[in-house]
Design a protein around this ligand. Structure first.
Ligand SMILES: *Cc1c(COP(=O)(O)O)cnc(C)c1O
Length: 244
């Protein structure tokens, strides 16, 4: 689907990124936080190589992708550029080798089987990987992520996988126009971090809800459409149960 609003040039991307940064700064200020404590991870799923090259020109040095296959293809297509790839979607163990080979970060860790598969591949490659543990804070059955009560035992088991550097927790809030329900997901993740993971990062907030997430303590926001334009692909392709 051709979207005439979609940014194309490096200037378009620079403008959108600056606008998102301004909104991050305003949300941080409202919350009495320092905006430099919030990292903006641009999410580039469905965006083709040519436009991504312009975004990199505009200053994107890291890109988030939900699906490993798409990330791997882009990593190869753009191997001449200095881009760090963050995998932010559910991973199957049979794709662990790809992630271990080039990703700089994996934000959707939710099983010890995946931790084990990644660690084995990383050890073989002599690499390590930053990981975030995904928590299902909305209690929606179809969402990926650990149930909150599973988190303590999971965190206790992770140090055996020594090539994984466990950085923090990640969540997707409920998809709802009710800001207070969305806020509840974010504040639950922060509470879990405070209880079980001293000084851990909080990856939470997307185009539709990153300001609320920052007010609740987010340290990483994963923003796609506010930078790259609306996606034609329905979100149900990326996480089960989403609208569309
Ligand atoms: C696509 C995606 C995002 C970004 O969503 P936007 O609505 O494009 O900002 C954030 N997190 C995950 C896990 C995603 O798959």
């Amino acid at each position: 689907m051709h979207n005439p609003e979609a940014p194309q040039t490096a200037q378009d991307f620079a403008r959108n990124i600056a606008a998102v940064q301004d909104r991050i700064a305003a949300a941080a200020e409202r919350a009495g936080r320092d905006a430099s404590a919030v990292r903006l991870l641009p999410v580039s799923k469905t965006v083709p190589e040519e436009r991504l090259r312009r975004a990199v020109e505009a200053g994107c040095r890291e890109l988030g992708e939900n699906k490993v296959q798409e990330a791997t293809r882009k990593h190869h297509e753009m191997a001449d550029l200095d881009v760090a790839w963050s995998i932010i979607g559910h991973l199957q163990t049979n794709k662990a080798r790809d992630v271990a080979a080039y990703a700089s970060e994996f934000q959707a860790l939710d099983s010890l089987r995946v931790a084990e598969a990644l660690d084995r591949r990383l050890q073989a490659a002599g690499r390590s990987l930053d990981v975030f543990v995904q928590v299902n804070t909305s209690a929606e059955e179809q969402k990926y992520g650990l149930a909150p009560e599973e988190l303590p035992a999971f965190l206790t088991a992770l140090p055996q996988y020594s090539s994984l550097r466990v950085r923090g927790l990640m969540t997707l809030a409920v998809f709802s126009a009710d800001t207070e329900r969305v806020r509840g997901c974010f504040s639950l993740l922060r509470t879990l971090r405070d209880q079980h993971f001293e000084a851990g990062e909080l990856s939470m907030g997307m185009s539709g809800d990153f300001e609320t997430a920052i007010e609740e303590g987010s340290t990483v926001v994963r923003v796609g459409q506010a930078i790259f334009g609306a996606r034609a692909t329905p979100d149900s392709q990326y996480w089960p149960g989403a609208a569309g």
